[in-house]
Design a protein around this ligand. Structure first.
Ligand code: 13P
Length: 336
């Protein structure tokens, strides 16, 4: 596939209801996921699992991009084909996580994402390896006195600096300011924190001269805290999320692809569908799910190659359900 601009790449990824498969778990996070099914997290097992996901039939037409971890972008399938080539053959574009994880701000519970050092050199190699887009994740907590303005500002500034360096290297930056669901906070608290982050982020992106038309936003949805006794309905999450995005995100942004953040797979689909049924916005509203796309496939696989086609069917199903949700065409009855 040939692209003439960053906008063409970003627009392709979210075209026709397509979304992103987030498969960029770091090795420690992948180990956590494999522990849950009793599988050892070796390089070969990680390769086998991801190879089977990328070869799933349902990648085609439903997935426009795959986010990889450093190890994976270099890996070859059992038959010698590179995993990047397998992804490209499904009509999806390879992306790469480029941040270096979180570092605590002083002795607070807040963090600042690291990774600007040496980023330019790393990006040049990832470009050569076939990456068309990149991801950087900032993490924002809600709690007593949190998020602080300092944590928001430092993280959004780093996201903008990262985005500019990525565009200078001819790749599309995905900017991910994740307000965590952890806690007993209300949906109003989540709206407020998300709104403050997005306002700050777009102000820094503009300040740094980042081309918004060649950028993808990966936000959280506006939800109740995971431990809140009063959980907002699907309709309320959808409406509050759309309101928050409309208040803070420029219309020229081509795509918004949500993270799932610990939502169940069907909830993540139902929320996305409800937002697209509300409509009235210019950006494509789509998905960049990790757990909400992979969980059923991981459970079906259980580390056994004879379960490979079941795992692929599970991923294909979720990919199709989310594509339909990105077009506002999903219905609960399709899950059965
Ligand atoms: P989840 O959808 O599991 O939250 O993962 C998406 C992701 O890439 C987080 O950075």
């Amino acid at each position: 596939m040939n692209f003439n601009s960053l906008n063409e790449i970003a627009s392709y990824i979210v075209s026709d209801g397509k979304g992103i498969l987030a498969a960029d778990e770091s090795n420690p996070t992948c180990t956590k996921r494999f522990d849950s099914i009793g599988v050892e997290s070796t390089e070969e097992n990680r390769r086998d699992y991801r190879e089977l996901l990328f070869r799933a039939e349902g990648m085609k037409g439903n997935i426009g991009g795959v986010i990889l971890f450093d190890e994976t972008i270099r890996q070859k399938a059992a038959d010698g084909t590179s995993l990047v080539d397998i992804i490209n053959a499904k009509g999806a574009l390879p992306g790469i996580k480029v941040d270096k994880g979180l570092s605590a701000i002083g002795d607070s519970e807040e963090s600042l994402t690291q990774g600007l050092d040496g980023l330019d050199e790393r990006l040049k190699e990832y470009f050569e390896l076939g990456a068309k887009f990149t991801k950087w994740r900032a993490v924002i907590n809600i709690g007593e006195g949190m998020p602080s303005s300092e944590a928001i500002s430092a993280n959004m500034e780093a996201l903008a600096d990262y985005a500019k360096i990525v565009q200078n290297n001819n790749m599309v930056p995905m900017v991910e300011p994740e307000v965590l669901m952890d806690g007993a906070h209300s949906i109003d608290d989540c709206y407020d924190a998300t709104s403050r982050c997005l306002e700050s982020l777009f102000s820094y992106l503009t300040d740094r001269g980042v081309d918004i038309t060649g950028t993808i936003l990966k936000p959280n949805m506006v939800t109740s805290g995971s431990k809140a006794s009063n959980q907002a309905s699907i309709e309320e999450v959808a409406q509050r999320t759309v309101d928050c995005l409309k208040a803070n995100v420029p219309e020229s942004l081509p795509g918004i692809t949500f993270l799932s953040g610990g939502q169940s797979d069907v909830d993540a689909t139902a929320h996305l569908d409800a937002m697209n049924k509300i409509g009235g916005f210019n950006w494509k509203l789509s998905f960049s799910y990790g757990r909400a796309l992979q969980q059923p496939a991981l459970k079906a696989w259980m580390g056994q190659s004879e379960n490979g086609s079941l795992a692929q069917e599970a991923l294909s199903h979720r990919a199709l359900m989310n594509k339909l949700a990105s077009e506002g065409k999903w219905d609960q009855s399709l899950e059965n």
